[in-house]
Design a protein around this ligand. Structure first.
Ligand code: C2E
Ligand code: CA
Length: 440
């Protein structure tokens, strides 16, 4: 049943592994046999990448995959289920000692020296193990119990840990079902980009749009990005989804009329991808295919993920060198360190909507908004306010120097066709500047 392989290691990928796990747990339940699931992380993997090279990181992943294969019996399965995360599935075991033995064997194999180029790399791993039926008799529970055991082993600084028998309040969640179905959502045409207009506060000219993703599951309804993006991130689909988004957005934007004026389109970039060395190439490819001279691509990255990943600064600089702008999203919630702010590779800052929706009545929010606007201008960034829901809020933002506004007051996110019609109507009926400025 395994069809998709992880390109680097040749192992089964996360999506196929989930389906396999489901199947194997079911079989273990039916045949009343035991099964062990070990989730394995490489210790200090980010450091290995940083102090050696990405090529060394890849070589380590490859090496671990090979060693994992050597501890497998014919009926066992091994998969790469995350960047730096592997799974070992051992069906038909007699007791937990069997899983312990497999991990001991793996550790012994990893004791053998490993060289990448001239440097010797010490590969250590941490594992969390859960047994079926002892710890769980459902695939989702089993996976989560093994992941919790792994997190506990990390906290304790031990190399492995078995799941505890306590239920820890785990509940079967919808996210498992989403996780099982997100693969193929692109191919099935279930993902869509919606567009929300952005207007210049000085004259209410539409200057751009933010692209917001939707997952349409047909009869099961629309899933919000807040729900499925984290699932896609967890399960290694986010890169593929972002490539799809970049290409779709640039293709659709190339069909917009913009009255001859430059027009921007903003795509949300998941934090994980901002430090991905492939990012500049992915963006360049999409621009080469669909880029238009009058369409300015903007990538939005949250303040929080930028602060967590200073390694992304140089990658974002490379992206900017392609003529793409960077916007710091949800600003005000991420506790930016001002020392870093000086070097931040950005062009725009978006005030988080939690400060904007309460304007102008909430004086605390008004103060913070003013501070953010001043800070941004001090560093030469333009400011966008999201979540503008009322005319008084818009007025306040304009008088405080915020250049661009986005929110339900000005336009909701719309499917591509509706947004195109909205733009056509906007440009066809756009009254003179002064008239619009007083009409809201
Ligand atoms: P975000 O980037 O902060 O996007 C703004 C959210 O505020 C959107 O929610 C938008 O529909 C909503 N919004 C817009 N105007 C108003 C307003 O006046 N009032 C209020 N209360 N809300 C407003 P949405 O579309 O549900 O997106 C939620 C989050 O999901 C986004 O937050 C973003 O973090 C993420 N997201 C959306 N599309 C993508 C995508 O293509 N890729 C990635 N990685 N993340 C995405
Ligand atoms: Ca955004």
């Amino acid at each position: 049943m395994i069809t998709t392989k992880d390109a680097l290691t040749g192992l089964c990928n996360r999506q196929d592994f989930l389906a396999l796990l489901h199947e194997q747990v079911q079989q273990a339940n039916e045949s009343q046999t035991q099964l062990a699931l070990a989730i394995i992380d490489i210790n200090r993997f980010a450091q290995i990448n940083a102090t050696n090279s990405y090529a060394a990181g890849d070589a380590v992943l490859h090496h671990l995959a090979a060693k994992l294969r050597t501890v497998c019996r014919q009926r066992d399965y091994v998969a790469r289920i995350g960047d730096n995360r592997f799974a070992l599935l051992l069906p038909g075991i007699l007791n937990r000692g069997h899983a312990e033995l497999a991990l001991q064997k793996l550790n012994r194999r990893l004791d053998e020296p490993f060289h990448s180029g001239d440097s010797r790399i010490d590969i250590r791993i941490t594992a969390g193990v859960a047994l079926c039926p002892e710890h769980a008799t459902h695939a989702e529970y089993l996976l989560r119990k093994a992941e919790i055991a792994l997190a506990q082993a990390r906290d304790d600084g031990t190399s492995e840990r078995f799941a505890s028998d306590v239920s820890q309040g785990l509940e079967l969640s919808d996210s498992w079902e989403l996780e099982m179905q997100i693969d193929g959502a692109i191919q099935r045409g279930e993902l869509q980009m919606h567009y929300q207009p952005q207007l210049r506060t000085s004259d209410l000219r539409v200057v751009g749009a933010e692209a917001l993703m939707r997952w349409d599951r047909g009869d099961l309804g629309i899933v919000a990005p807040d729900v499925f993006i984290p699932v896609a991130e967890r399960h290694g689909q986010i890169k593929q989804i972002t490539i799809w988004a970049l290409n779709t957005v640039l293709r659709q934007a190339s069909e917009w009329s913009s009255d001859g004026h430059p027009f921007s389109v903003s795509v949300n970039l998941p934090g994980e991808l901002a430090s991905h060395r492939d990012l500049p190439e992915l963006v360049e490819n999409a621009l080469r295919l669909w880029g238009q001279p009058h369409i300015q691509l903007v990538l939005e990255i949250t303040e929080r993920s930028l602060m967590d990943r200073h390694s992304s600064f140089s990658i974002l600089q490379q992206v900017r060198a392609l003529g793409v702008e960077i916007s710091i999203d949800d600003f005000g919630t991420g506790y930016s360190c001002l020392a870093y702010f000086r070097n931040i590779p950005a062009d725009e800052l978006k005030i988080d909507k939690s400060f904007v929706t309460g304007l102008p009545a909430d004086s605390g929010s008004a103060d913070i908004t003013q501070l953010i606007i001043d800070l941004a201008h001090r560093f030469g960034l333009r400011v966008v306010a999201e979540g503008v829901e009322s005319a008084p809020a818009l007025h306040l933002l304009k008088t405080r120097g915020c250049e661009i506004a986005q929110g339900f007051l000005l336009g909701r996110p719309m499917p591509p066709e509706a947004f195109r019609n909205w733009l056509d109507k906007y440009f066809a009926s756009r009254p003179p500047k002064a008239e619009i400025a007083t009409s809201i």
